[in-house]
Design a protein around this ligand. Sequence first.
Ligand SMILES: [Zn+2]
Length: 280
Amino acid sequence: MPELPEVETIRRQLAPHLEGRELSEVEIRDYRWTLPAPPELIAAELTGATVRRLGRLGKYLIWELDRDRHLLVHLRMTGSLLLDPVEESAHTRARFALSDGHLLTYVDPRRFGTAHLMLSTAARDRYLQARLGAEPFTTEFTPQYLREQSRGRTAPVKSFLLDQRRIAGVGNIYADEALHRAGVHPLRQAGSLTLAQWSALKEAIEAALAAGIDAKGASIDDFRHVDGARGTFQDSFLVHTRAGDPCPTCGNVIRKLVVGGRGTYVCERCQPRPRARRPR
Ligand SMILES: [Zn+2]
């Protein structure tokens, strides 16, 4: 699933092609993409709209349109945005003809992706604020914020990192990578981390995300660039998907666990397992 670095990669690649362009023709082929709004209504509203700016918050790609309208696109599991695809995919869910002659298609085999049109900045901000916690790389994203949010929480820290209402944009890949960099075991109770550990984890989250952005995202699933190319961050994973390999930090064997239903990769020498509670 695309996470912050993958969506940011798409944003950077697409912005020069979309900003300042008009959506001259819009066709939405899958009613599920725009639910609960009917696709005809959204297509009519988008046709003739000019894209002012392409933004991002968490895993949302934000198309800022004229007349204070905002299209919030979430790729979920398998969504991708392809510019001038060589051949049309059977999984094309929407097509946008741009005023300069280019074609943008939204392709999504599993159809979990969504597009929501917000009719004012206030509506957009309300929608996003209800769903997203602090965004990494902003002044809001501090060790103190993380400690406050996790206070009293007994859920594993890995699950805490994946909760978009706490931290915007981190998913399964970057959570594993960040926990390894910070030397924190994914099964530690979120509320048990010290401020120093949150400080290390904050730095580690931003370092992992920055490395992902530099590598133009990770393609271990359907993630593709707007020209169909793959990201390269999967070649630089420290622990994620590396079960059985030696830890790049200490040489110990990397293990796979399941935490909160998600495949989780850990070096239990660098990331000591929390001690079991003493029997009463
Ligand atoms: Zn290690």
